[in-house]
Design a protein around this ligand. Structure first.
Ligand SMILES: Cc1ncc(C[n+]2csc(CCOP(=O)(O)OP(=O)(O)O)c2C)c(N)n1
Ligand code: SF4
Ligand SMILES: [Mg+2]
Length: 370
């Protein structure tokens, strides 16, 4: 006799005024739009990713892991391909997980997770596993999900296994010493893309559009992008992906303090600024209607507000900043937003040269001449 596979249905958190709306610290619509701090009464107390890991202070992937697992809850099983979030979370006799977790080779996150999903389905049908179908999640780095393990994740999405496939994107191969990956942004300095006389911008290529590729290539899947700057959005998209019967893919922007060189307290701030600078569009793709829904941030910033916070962009020349602003402006247009005049002006290298001279040259020259 075949037993029924009972699936979980996780309720969504109230997002009103938290992720998308413009709210100030007092909870009112205000001038410093979208930058409030919020109390979430239904925030889960359970912490399947507990204290006790060994990631760097301010590690974005660790924040993402914690929130994804808070949203998923205790009835979950987890896989982690090789990368920082394998190595730093599985030191001998020390682990932050309170749920079952397994390491997979970097190339096999998708195939391993397919096997888990098919295994649970079969065991439940045969009456050999008494529980509900668990939340089956794999969280792979960008080196794994966008590069070495891309084929195996694409295969799992294509075959539509009922699991959530997450890419925690710290825009580099962090664990082996901050090497470039396909999602490293244009001009992002890594140990494999140093800047110098021959290549002053460091990285020459634009980042691979991983999530759009996943949505276009696997239109039956729930696909979404998010960042650690929007915790409720991240947790709700986790739950939507898990509630979707079939494969779901989540691409999450997660700053790497060590690789990007910024103040450790700025991880969540960067998660907002990258969106407000137009460099990481946040959206979700609904496989039912086959439509994209784009988040329109209430603040639009010049890319310099984002770049200036990180040492990995410190070498950029006016022409490189202008090229980055052009890419951001294209993103604004692609998600249906207007490009304000000051951001359009930023497409001209002379604009940045002028700004730099106004900001630094006069006080510096005065100091030297005195
Ligand atoms: C097939 C294979 N090639 C290379 C490695 C070495 N390696 C271990 S971790 C790692 C970095 C993975 O990068 P990513 O997936 O982005 O995770 P992160 O370290 O950034 O968290 C690499 C290249 C490996 N383990 N297996
Ligand atoms: S190197 Fe980056 S991704 Fe790895 S633990 Fe440190 S901050 Fe996190
Ligand atoms: Mg990485």
């Amino acid at each position: 006799m075949a037993h029924e596979v009972v699936r979980q249905n996780l309720p969504l958190f109230d997002e009103e005024g938290r992720a998308a709306a413009a709210v100030n610290g007092e909870g009112e619509m205000g001038g410093d739009a979208g930058r409030g701090r919020y109390y979430l009464p239904d925030f889960p107390e359970e912490d399947p990713y507990a204290a006790g890991h060994r990631t760097c202070a301010g590690c974005g992937p660790a924040i993402q892991y914690r929130w994804v697992l808070k949203a998923a809850g205790e009835d979950s099983v987890l896989a982690g391909p090789t990368g920082c979030m394998y190595v730093a979370n599985s030191t001998y006799l020390c682990t932050p997980y309170t749920v079952p977790w397994a390491h997979t080779p970097i190339a096999s996150g998708g195939s391993f997770t397919s096997g888990m999903a098919a295994g649970y389905e079969a065991m439940i049908r045969k009456g050999r596993y008494p529980g509900r179908y668990p939340n089956i999640i794999v969280m792979a780095g960008d080196g794994s999900a966008a590069d070495i393990g891309l084929g195996s994740i694409s295969g799992a999405l294509y075959r539509n296994h009922d699991a959530l496939f997450v890419c925690y994107d710290n825009e580099c191969y962090a664990n082996t010493g901050i090497q470039t990956s396909p999602t490293t942004p244009y001009a992002g300095m890594t140990t494999f893309t140093p800047f110098g006389k021959a290549i002053p911008e460091g990285k020459k290529l634009p980042p691979k559009n991983l999530a759009k590729m996943m949505a276009a290539g696997h239109p039956h899947c729930y696909v979404a992008t998010t960042t650690v700057g929007y915790p409720i959005d991240l947790m709700n998209k986790t739950r939507k992906g898990l509630n979707h019967v079939g494969a779901a893919f989540l691409h999450c922007y997660t700053p790497c303090q060590k690789g990007w060189v910024y103040q450790t307290s700025m991880t969540v701030e960067l998660g907002r600024r990258v969106v407000e600078a137009g460099l990481f569009p946040v959206w979700e793709y609904d496989p039912g209607t086959r439509e994209y829904r784009y988040f329109h941030p209430p603040v639009q910033r010049p890319v310099t507000d984002y770049l200036a916070m990180q040492g990995r962009f410190g070498h950029m020349l006016p022409e490189h900043i202008a090229a980055t602003q052009r890419a951001a402006n294209q993103n604004w247009q692609d998600i249906g937003m207007d490009v304000p005049a000051d951001l359009r002006a930023g497409e001209d290298p002379a604009h940045h040269k002028r700004l730099a001279e106004e900001t630094y040259s006069m006080p510096l020259n005065r100091g030297v001449g005195a």
